[in-house]
Design a protein around this ligand. Structure first.
Ligand code: SF4
Ligand code: SF4
Length: 604
């Protein structure tokens, strides 16, 4: 290139581009011609917030990390998080895996595919049900059977059939094998919704993962962080966690309870003790007395021992365990499972003084002098009565003493209870079911036919007993008389002949309060020669001296405590049924909380 050409290019060159400043633009405005997307087009998402639980599974599976869970200001129900997915369309590859795995089916894709903006923030978008531009575009890609990513069916648990299991008190739920447990654990999507609902906030997805990885020692470690009675809870926990399990929205909830049982049943007690003892964190050198060896007392003892406290439990009965030992029947909770849990707790140095009734063998004032703090976990032990005419008859008995008698008899430690030809159980809760199913077994073991009738105010749908208890009871031959209010025990020549009942038209009033109404003209007599009342229990505070009792605050028979289980008397803590409802896992959570509260109180 000569000098003239170089001058021409460098001086005039830029001016050639300037002429396009005044030319007609050649950029085509989009959309010039809108093209309809295909029926299963993967366009922008929509999300039905009414269905979406904020589980975050879509976010976890996203291969391009395009989905973030963002806090939102909404009211939530148990089993929901106040979070919703937001999608970064700068990263989204429109693969649709989020839609395939969405646990509730709330997330879908539309056929909308155009979004133009010079604001990059608008490409990060939290879909709601009307789409990115709120224009209700037609739905495009949705999951179908072939693209389902969740395993919706629970691994079946082997159980002895109803007609066979009613012949004995053998535990009829067999437990998972290793292969079954791993397959069941693989169904969990690690959303943690169950953890939020569990009263003890157990690390559920963490211990489920240890089953999947076949690392049960680690599973024991996770479990004992929040629950020192896992052999019990793995069998009889009310498992509210499963009610909110993400997989349960479109399929069967993960069998959380059975997986916990699997970990504990498969780990020898000596291994569990090693794990539990590794956790002792400090030596506190102070003494704590616990009254009652039920779930809350044992849990408090375990966590206090971990903190180095010297713990003594005072138990009125000859064996430890409270309702777990003397209430829940053996076919649901064998002694061996409870013994294993208690052996681990005692391995930390917890002393259990059996046959020692506070208020009789030792007073609360004495405990106050000898110990630095006292925890009350005495439970609900007094049965309530309907007080209808005839309940004074000797063959109208209370549920709890009967269940205790049955358990003692089966251990070879007590007399055989009277086994009637025809039994009526009044009540619709789990205790009523425990009595009915236990007595059905005793009838069969005596060579009789099952003849047990459950009478309750509630409809079948309203019955407070766990659904599985009702279903299993029916399989065992128990008959149900729902919506019946007992009005009189029929006695002829000194013998019970039956129970007169009237129709219960409603159990609760418009404010949700227990206020049953009856149709007195609708009368049915249910035949039977013995009646068990199982309509609820109340606490027995007779061991509390009046002077202390007057300083405590009560609400509807329960002791008021603060967030640390501390009563209005600073050295006195309480938990379990006398604070919350009758539920083992709530008792365990109370015991744990109170242990932390006692530690805090003693270190002020
Ligand atoms: S997977 Fe479905 S339910 Fe869960 S957060 Fe994502 S959109 Fe919501
Ligand atoms: S058990 Fe269910 S609720 Fe719990 S983390 Fe797994 S999928 Fe979520």
């Amino acid at each position: 290139m000569n000098a003239k050409e170089i001058f021409k290019k460098t001086f005039w060159g830029p001016t050639i581009a300037w002429k396009y400043l005044f030319a007609k633009p050649i950029t085509i405005t989009v959309p010039k011609v809108y093209r309809e997307a295909a029926e299963r087009y993967r366009g922008f998402h929509i999300n039905d917030w009414e269905l979406c639980t904020g589980c975050g599974t879509c976010s976890k599976i996203c291969p391009t990390d395009a989905i973030k869970m963002i806090p939102v200001d909404i009211e939530t129900e148990p089993g929901e998080k106040a979070e919703k997915p937001a999608i970064d369309y700068g990263r989204c590859s429109f693969c649709g895996m989020c839609v395939d795995i969405c646990t509730t089916g709330s997330l879908k894709m539309t056929r909308e595919y155009i979004h133009i903006s010079d604001n990059p923030n608008t490409f990060f978008f939290m879909p709601e049900s009307d789409g990115i531009h709120h224009n209700n575009f037609p739905i495009g890609y949705v999951r179908d059977e072939d693209s389902e990513l969740l395993d919706l069916e629970r691994v079946e648990m082997e159980e002895i059939p109803g007609a066979e299991r009613v012949n004995s008190f053998i535990e009829f739920v067999k437990g998972y094998s290793k292969e079954q447990a791993i397959a069941e654990a693989a169904r969990c999507v690690d959303c943690e919704l169950c953890t939020d609902v569990c009263p003890a906030h157990m690390d559920i997805p963490e211990y489920i993962e240890t089953v999947f990885n076949d690392d049960l020692k680690r599973g024991v470690e996770w479990i004992y962080k929040t629950n020192p009675l896992p052999g019990v809870c793995g069998r009889v926990c009310t498992h509210n966690c499963e009610a909110v399990c993400s997989i349960g929205h479109r399929g069967e909830a993960v069998a959380i309870r059975w997986l916990k049982r699997y970990i504990i049943d498969q780990t020898p007690v000596e291994e569990i003790k090693k794990v539990a003892n590794e956790e002792i964190i400090k030596k506190a050198n102070k003494k704590v007395a616990i009254i009652g060896s039920g779930p809350s007392g044992l849990a408090a003892a375990y966590y206090l021992s971990l903190m180095g406290y010297k713990v003594t439990i005072f138990e009125a009965k000859p064996k430890a365990g409270g309702v777990m030992r003397y209430g829940i029947p053996r076919y649901r909770l064998p002694d061996e499972a409870l013994d294993k849990d208690i052996e681990v707790i005692q391995s930390l140095g917890v002393e259990i003084k059996l046959n020692t009734t506070v208020g009789k063998d030792v007073t609360l004032e004495q405990l106050k002098k000898e110990y630095d703090a006292v925890f009350l976990g005495t439970g609900f032990t007094i049965g309530k009565s309907t007080k209808i005419p005839g309940t004074e008859h000797e063959k109208v008995i209370q549920a709890l003493p009967l269940l205790e008698k049955i358990r003692d008899y089966l251990r070879g430690e007590g007399e055989k209870p009277e086994i009637p030809n025809s039994l009526i159980v009044i009540g619709g809760g789990n205790v009523a079911m425990d009595v009915a199913r236990s007595m059905a077994r005793l009838q069969k073991m005596e060579g009789k036919e099952v003849n047990v009738k459950v009478v309750c105010l509630e409809t079948m749908e309203e019955m407070p007993a766990d659904l599985e208890e009702i279903v299993e009871g029916k399989e065992e031959g128990i008959l149900f008389f729902p919506s019946r209010g007992p009005s009189e025990v029929i006695v002829e020549n000194g013998e019970i002949k039956g129970l007169k009942t009237v129709c219960c038209t409603s159990v609760f009033d418009e404010n949700g309060r227990f206020n049953p109404t009856f149709d007195e003209k609708d009368v049915i007599i249910i035949e039977g020669d013995m009646i068990v009342e199982a309509i609820g229990q109340a606490p027995d505070y007779s061991y509390l001296p009046e002077e202390l009792k007057s300083k405590l605050e009560f609400t509807r028979g329960r002791i008021l405590v603060n967030e640390y289980g501390q009563t209005s008397i600073p050295w006195l803590f309480a938990g379990g049924d006398i604070v919350h409802g009758p539920d083992i896992i709530n008792g365990i959570a109370d015991g744990h909380r109170a242990a932390e509260g006692i530690d805090r109180y003693l270190n002020q």
